[in-house]
Design a protein around this ligand. Structure first.
Ligand SMILES: Cc1ncc(C[n+]2csc(CCOP(=O)(O)OP(=O)(O)O)c2C)c(N)n1
Length: 535
């Protein structure tokens, strides 16, 4: 057996069915071995998309996502999506071609040190060798899936492919460089007794549930808990959907549009309970009042909140500890008021053809099982607050890494996994432009995706931030007039809509069509300034 056969076999046995990337010459034997093992290679237009697709594949299937790139520029392109897997907590193997041992450290075309490049972007980085191949692959998969999940990089030295594993003296890669990330500062004490005392003595608790809670699927457990404990809940953006927005304890989403309406509620709390709350999305110090914090997590993390108490266990342990908490009906009244205020604010922003109007159309007619992916920008702030995620649906976003351009490849990844579900990417025009080239993938692989570009001709979120400093727009305009200037883009139909009626009919037609479609919703961005909160 060769090294590449071993790698392909181990990944197949692990459950990997696809890997994403752009090949270089040295990739060929790996692609062949993977193909023979039943792992399909999916060609992308840019390596960052490949890593985003691997990330989203892992989020949906629960199986480590795999992506691949060649030397230097391939590896740097890929790194954007690898960083996403690190800060959005997604298990990933990022494979890159590396120069052979004798060329390491020398000046060579396309050559940089991939181990150094990937060290701060991954949980561990290795250089594969024939002698240690089995061990490196197994421990990479293990590390990638340990809490918090994340990416591991494996460099594939040129010359290693084709080497028989029986010949362990064979040359190839050698140096194994593990750079496991250390847990955060250990200055925060954890004592079960103190947690119990704090929880039992609180009169006005507030639960803040986050990304870790979402990843561990604690929604049903939380609903059951809330049947007996009337405690208000706020969510971080990536936890949207954990608790239905119609639930009496639900208050709203932190950080996103109109989240200032949550301030009365958060300000009244005498105890903040972080439930699988990952500060990577929104640091506690940005919003919690000066009251005790009990932070339930699956592993130690850095909080930098003086006096915070960490409780590390599985989610079942979190609910066991929370059993001593008393109901706080007056807090849930405040939660209901905040929720109502947010709904009122959004309703007021549904004037003309605003982004809220356009999103209302989608909310109204998309089937409940639609998979919606979002990009990054003002539109995400609005979408993240107003979108109801039905139990059978899904909202996929990046808020830990927050890389523009995420939405389109994310939708492509979801479409590969389930071609029967409606796939909708909601993006700003700036984010769309970043990975627009991936539309060709939809054509190449016959994927059906509805891409809704909320087109305002500008990088709105940055223009908004300029206005907060009383500055005129500068360096934020994308185009005047239609973004596409055509009714086709890379062979895909583009429909321009300028009001809700046109939008309804365009979305209906797109849902009925067998092909992908781009809906350019030419929205008036003026309401963003009423909705996006200065953080
Ligand atoms: C890769 C990357 N570059 C820059 C940013 C900073 N950034 C955040 S939002 C934003 C503007 C997004 O514009 P657009 O996609 O048009 O969405 P809008 O804000 O208009 O809704 C920028 C530049 C980022 N998050 N990611």
């Amino acid at each position: 057996m060769t090294v590449e056969e071993l790698l392909a076999g181990k990944l197949r046995d692990h459950g990997v069915r696809r890997f994403f990337g752009i090949p270089g010459g040295p990739s060929i034997p790996y692609m062949e071995a993977f193909r023979k093992a039943g792992i399909e290679f999916i060609l992308t237009s840019h390596e960052a998309s490949a890593a985003i697709m691997a990330d989203v594949t892992a989020r949906i299937t629960g199986v480590t996502g795999v992506c691949h790139a060649t030397f230097g520029p391939g590896a740097t392109n890929l790194s954007t999506g690898v960083g996403g897997a690190l800060l959005d907590r997604s298990p990933m193997l990022a494979l890159t071609s590396e120069l052979p041992d004798e060329w390491m450290g020398r000046t060579a075309q396309m050559n940089i040190d991939h181990q150094a490049l990937y060290k701060p972007l991954t949980k561990a980085t290795y250089r594969l060798s024939a002698g240690e191949a089995g061990e490196i692959i197994s421990s990479s998969l293990e590390i990638a899936n340990e809490e918090y999940p994340g990416p591991v990089h494996i460099g594939l030295p040129v010359g290693l492919a084709g080497i028989s594993l029986a010949d362990t003296s064979a040359k190839g890669g050698n140096a194994v460089q593990a750079a496991a990330r250390k847990p955060g500062t250990a200055d925060i004490e954890q004592t079960e007794e103190r947690v119990k005392v704090l929880l039992a003595s609180s009169r006005r608790p507030l639960i803040a549930a986050g990304l870790t809670a979402m990843r561990h699927g604690i929604g049903a457990g939380l609903m059951k808990y809330l049947e007996h404990h009337s405690v208000p809940v706020v969510l971080t953006p990536m936890a949207k959907g954990l608790l239905p927005s119609s639930h009496p304890c639900y208050a709203g989403v932190l950080f996103h549009a109109l989240s200032d309406r949550l301030r009365r509620l958060t300000g009244e709390a005498d105890l903040i309970i972080g439930l699988g709350y990952d500060p990577v999305e929104y640091n506690y110090e940005s919003w919690i009042p000066d009251v005790p914090l009990v932070h339930f997590d699956t592993r130690a993390t850095d909080l930098h909140i003086r006096g915070a108490i960490r409780s590390v266990s599985s989610p079942e342990g979190w609910f066991d500890a929370l059993s001593v908490l008393r109901s706080a009906p007056e807090m849930t009244v405040l939660a209901a008021e905040a929720r109502e205020e947010i709904v009122k604010g959004l309703r007021a922003a549904a004037r003309g053809f605003s982004p809220v109007t356009a999103l209302n159309v989608l909310k109204d007619i998309l089937p409940a099982d639609a998979v919606v992916t979002a990009d990054v920008g003002s539109h995400l702030h609005v979408l993240g607050q107003m979108w109801d995620v039905p139990p059978s649906g899904r909202l996929i976003m990046t808020n830990g890494w927050s890389s523009m351009g995420f939405g389109l490849p994310a939708a492509m990844a979801a479409a590969f996994i389930n071609r029967d579900l409606p796939m909708v990417c909601i993006t700003g025009d700036g984010g769309f432009l970043m990975h627009a080239g991936e539309m060709i993938m939809a054509r190449r692989y016959g994927l059906k995706i509805i891409v809704v570009v909320l087109s305002d001709g500008e990088l709105n979120l940055i223009r908004l931030k300029q206005s907060w400093k009383d500055l005129s727009p500068y360096g934020t305009r994308l185009c005047q007039g239609s973004l596409f200037g055509s009714d086709k883009f890379l062979g895909c139909d583009v429909v321009h809509v300028t009001d809700a009626k046109q939008m309804y009919s365009a979305v209906r037609r797109a849902l009925d069509s067998a092909n992908s479609a781009i809906i350019e919703a030419v929205v008036d961005p003026s309401v963003y300034s009423d909705l996006v909160v200065r953080t």
